[in-house]
Ligand binder design. Sequence first.
Ligand code: GMT
Length: 401
Amino acid sequence: MKIGIACYPTYGGSGAVATELGLELAERGHEIHFMSYAPPFRLAGFRERVFFHEVEMEDYPLFEHPPYSLALAVAIHQVAQDHGLDLVHVHYAIPHATSAWIAGQMFEGARRPRIVTTLHGTDITLLGKHPSFRSITRFSILRSDGLTAVSSYLKDETERSFEVDGSRIRVIPNFVDVELYRRNRAPCHRSKLAPEDEKILMHVSNFRTVKRVEDVVAVFAGVNRRIPSRLIMVGDGPDRARAQQRAEELGVAESTVFLGKHTSVEEVLACADLFLLPSESESFGLAALEAMSCGTPVVASRVGGLPEVVEHGRSGYLFPAGDLEAMTDGAVEILGSDERWEEMSRGSRRIAEERFSSDTIVGVYEDYYREVIAGEVLPAEPSSMTSVHAHGRSDRAANRG
Ligand code: GMT
């Protein structure tokens, strides 16, 4: 298949999933065309059958905010025409699903590529609900030929808040390359991150408010009072300064390292003894899965899709968001006993291998694409739109040419 992928290039889960998916699909013989305003952060080195198309935007003094959504629509239309794309897969609904729909309209009845939208999280749970985006988000996702969500939680949320018929949303969970994300990797950086007698706690994110990075520091401070340890903070974003300030206030600044953005997180995750993800909301928690694949147990919030990834008592512990005392006690329990840690580490790895391996999940995406291209997947239109639905379907049939 010839597949276009539109995603955010910045440090974040949706761009990471889009890129890993594209690269895995290229390995399987598909031709992949990434489209974004910059190369996605995990897209490095030469890969056969992989192309990147930078979305060009004219900087004109009239624009306070250049209309990226329109430029992306033009890019999708152009790349689809030039390369004969079978399908365009957009990651994160805003604005990608809308741009893809506009691009589809630009074919004016000629054969157009099918459009698949994957919902990742705040495109539904936060940003998508905002009055300035809700109607266009709903409209655009309803017009995608295929619609997926990264967890059952996110599917239910979409159904509830956007009145989308849930049976039309396919849950395809995020995945991990279990060969790349594993414990005993060479070279091992552990000795460079912490002295041998200290446990390593780690957090990876884009440091947005929803990640509660100050809680990461507070839980670490509690652990540090009881167990010699070090906190490695990977990533960057708006709340980094607050986390640094909290580390000063709690007297753990010297034991806390802010590594900044890292494109090969597998190298550092493999050194961690515990992963902390105390988020306010999390539709999946890709970073937790990547840690688990490295045999690193997780202490996280029991929110959103996290219980679908982290099994409480088997791969770590889940507690209500903000319950710092429980998180600290859970972390100390895991780190305080080698036997308990080994058990949880094995459990984490096994869950990643058995349920979330890229070998399995990428195949699920391939099958789904084939269903969408064959017209076997119904678009996610609700029954209240029946007449539009019937009209839309005949248009689509004509478009298939
Ligand atoms: O929704 C976001 O905040 C952005 C997105 C991203 O690009 O980082 O994160 C979401 O997508 C990830 C990949 O599917 C999920 O692992 C994250 O849980 C999800 N973030 C939230 O739901 C807050």
